[in-house]
Design a protein around this ligand. Sequence first.
Ligand code: 26Q
Length: 798
Amino acid sequence: MFKNKEEFKTEFTKRIIEGYGRPLKEAHITEKFMVLEKLIRDQAAINWALTKEEVQDSQQKQMTYFSMEFLIGRLLVNNMMNLGVYDIVKEGLADLDINIHELEELESDPGLGNGGLGRLAACFMDSLASLSMPGHGNTLRYQYGLFKQKIVDGYQTEIPDQWMSIGNMWEIRKPKHAVDVRFWGKVIWDDSTGRFKHVDAECIRAVPYDMPIIGNETTVTNTLRLWDAEVSTNIPTNKDFRQYSQEVNEICQNLYPDDSTLAGRTLRLKQQYFFVSAGLQALIKSHLRTYKTLDNFHEKNVIQLNDTHPVLAIPELMRLLIDEHDYDWEDAWDIVSHTMAYTNHTILSEALEKWPIDTMRALLPRVYMMIEEINRRFIGYVKEHVSNPDEVFNHVLIIKDGQVHMAHLAIVGSFSVNGVARLHTDILIHQEMKAFAELYPTKFNNKTNGITHRRWLAYANPQLKELLHDTIGDHWIKEPDELEKLMAYVDDPDIQKRFMQVKRDRKRILARYIQKNNGILVNVDSIFDIQVKRLHAYKRQLLNVLHIIYLYQEMKRNPEFRIYPRTFIFGAKAAPAYFFAKKVIKLINSVADVVNSDPETSDYLKVVFLENYGVTLAEMIMPAADVSEQISTAGKEASGTGNMKFMMNGALTLGTLDGANVEIHERVGDDYCEIFGLTAKEVDSLRQSGQYNAWDYYNNNIKLKFVVDSLVDGSWSASREEFRIIFEELMNYNDEYFLLADFDSYIKAQQDVEKRYLDKSAWAKMCLINIAKSGFFSSDRTIKQYADEIWHIQPVKK
Ligand code: 26Q
């Protein structure tokens, strides 16, 4: 391949001619882009093949991350950087009169996930490869990712995300590794073989597409495998062909948006089984090639289940071992329950997956039998281990009230159950999953989330990277804990100034984007106060809006009331069927319209809603924030990872003691973050007491009353009905997420933020301390903990 600029230019030019039959100067820009991507992929393929060989030869254990979502973001620049060829390519292209940035912008951002859980999977892939660990991903090849968001008249509308419209150069189709996955049909007893047989099934062909995961400064290259559905050669004879091909096509068509509603989602169950069964079959085949037996499957493989979405892996591996590889129940169970590890990402009960028995039994008759047997034996286990089984059953049964409880199946079938931040794990152990934690005290453990500092600092914020280079060098890229060395500079006035300049540069980049996309002129010297994340009631974007309304009303009422200029920036997608969340988006945009165009306030207050928040936008937003809004109701946000990205780029966390905010606070201390609001314990007792009454807060706080009344008095919309449901949610449904209880405390925290910002030197110091302390939140640390404490995998020997 190419080793220097000249070789690159020769190879690139040659490929354009070979691929498109015309000289470089006549090639279209998309052709140049595709040739470059493919060239980089081929460059990676050498190491890719070597890694596979090394892992096989050394017979070491491997981890496979089963996840319905991988929000990988753009790969071209990231991969070139990890391969250490970015500068060669950039200069080579420049010689050929091609601006690399124009090619970069052509790459689509595959939206193969909803939010935090999907992005976490992608960060983990980056850290695994960069730590030279054998860890792969297993998922679906969605034709359309999460919808693209357009704001029309202030309302969210959705359009399909055609991420593959010019193809995906990173993937390689592997038809020889295709397997069949079987749905529907029935299970009969076959006397001749003495075993159960799944008959009249509908076979669907699962074809893998592999993408290389290229580590940083390592030759280790792992695999992200995406399964696509195709027509099987075992065509069912009793089925209408048109209906069959439609069933095939729809499996990988769409990613489900996180709407936490259960209605009519058999297709999602199909998706789950499809990629889980295919992934397991492929793992088994590959294992057998090397070891000729499955007895040691769990010694060479570990599977991490990303939430309950892939939990069918447990009964499916039982089925494969028993029905197709002749294992008896006990031996199969021993293998399965030593292979599977489960990560929980939520305690919101409405988000815990449950499937109606009838749906499951019809679609997956043999798998359902496995679940029934797992449940039956588990009941026996409970009876043996507790004195009050009937009481315990209430909290732990896998099959209950006509439904299969996937989280319960996950816990019973896994050797490890982890939460994603310390507070979250504590709540799992002591409240949500208490009965299980008592049954299996050693299974539960915490792995606080992390983010890859390579993408979220080195790649997204080259200006800050340069500052770090000039102060603490570059070793933090390998060892993120070394960011701590920045502590030696936090009082240095020159470095403080330089940091503020970096921040200003980044704010200017975002401001330009806002000007272009929203037509809003924002003041780069105002405080950039940012909340970007999925729109959910518990994340309380509404509390942020109530504060903005409060500021606006105060300014209008009292000419003496002045604030330091602020720009409030939001980015959030709402699930298409989540009516309340969509109304909050409309409210943000309506408030923005009024506030931004009011000459009395517009020098002080700007509100911006950025359309279509996703990985690529986040890369521009994170470096530009002064204030990071992490204001969920305490106890509700499992971890959060945006909070870590902001911190690493030098923003002040304004947050509740929720999720990983607790651990951010612990690391920087009270002086360098802004904590407010009820604690998880206080929220709990307030709810338990039954004493919480939203009207008390409303009646006892005249300013709050004005703010809430404005939702229905025509302040933000000609129609007083427009935001009625938000008012109702707060007042007549008694404010489920305690916004009113935290309102005062939030206002006061915001006043503190402003006070801090007035002292520029103290502010800069605070931001630098946040960066210095952010190394802990690198996913390298998280992955090392998973590797040591759960997976027991080692770096690939080279
Ligand atoms: C469920 C049923 C039907 C359709 C969709 C879903 C679904 C899809 C996605 C349910 C949940 C999700 C995603 C959840 C998620 O992103 N959780 C976040 O995970 C992060 C990584 O651990 C945490 O930091 C966040 O706190 C948590 O909210």
